[in-house]
Write a protein that binds this ligand. Structure first.
Ligand SMILES: NC(=O)c1ccc[n+]([C@@H]2O[C@H](COP(=O)([O-])OP(=O)(O)OC[C@H]3O[C@@H](n4cnc5c(N)ncnc54)[C@H](OP(=O)(O)O)[C@@H]3O)[C@@H](O)[C@H]2O)c1
Length: 185
């Protein structure tokens, strides 16, 4: 069981534009041709911050048209927010705030021997990393730059903590990098 931050980023390290648009991402390749189907099959629980969840709320029609449901995840999900947010009908979600360690323990208990997916954003992944709870980064680097936006992982993780495990080209639009995070205790 691994805790994995799986996300797509621009070449200059952003996962969304400053106004939370992901339109730049969709022209880069098809999700079903990527590692995503295999990855999501191994996920037992997931966590995301409120900006990511609110993107799902704003784009519910688009997500439903593409996946058949406004909430495309069958796994239990934890949404981090200090505010009261609306739920999505039929979604197995709970709203949490504060220390990620308690939530991580709950996610582990729910996921069995499957992986935990930290969906994003970058600072939330950083909070798990700060607590030594992030094992792997799987990042699809898109063939584009955004100039500014929401950062991929606003933390300083130096070698040898980040160990490059694999590189895979996905057409001309994406390169997937996998890193194992090695902690010195
Ligand atoms: N390209 C990709 O693969 C990818 C992946 C994921 C997300 N995204 C996109 O990237 C953007 C991410 O936005 P973001 O960087 O702002 O990150 P985010 O993690 O989605 O949202 C950040 C917000 O979550 C809440 N939060 C975070 N940690 C918390 C904690 N411990 N306790 C309570 N609340 C907490 C806070 O807001 P409040 O307390 O005010 O609610 C915080 O401002 C979104 O547009 C999303 O759609 C892209």
């Amino acid at each position: 069981m691994q805790t994995i931050y799986y996300a797509a980023a621009s070449l200059d390290g952003f996962i969304a534009t400053e106004d939370d648009s992901l339109d730049w991402l969709f022209s880069l390749g098809n999700l079903n041709d990527s590692s995503y189907p295999e990855f999501i099959a191994g996920v037992g629980a997931l966590a995301m911050g409120s900006a990511t969840y609110e993107w799902m709320l704003r784009n519910a029609d688009k997500v439903a048209a593409e996946t058949g449901s406004a909430w495309p995840y069958s796994q239990p999900a934890w949404i981090f927010s200090s505010r009261k947010l609306p739920a999505i009908n039929g979604a197995d979600i709970r709203f949490v705030s504060g220390d990620v360690r308690q939530t991580h323990a709950e996610m582990r208990a729910a996921a069995g021997d499957k992986n935990l997916w930290i969906v994003g954003g970058g600072d939330l992944a950083g909070q798990f990393s700060d607590c030594g709870l992030l094992d792997q980064l799987i990042i699809q680097i898109g063939s584009c730059t955004l100039g500014a936006g929401k950062p991929l992982l606003p933390r300083r993780l130096l070698s040898p903590v980040l160990r490059l495990a694999s590189v895979r080209q996905m057409g001309s639009g994406m390169a997937e990098l996998r890193y194992q995070i090695q902690r010195q205790i």
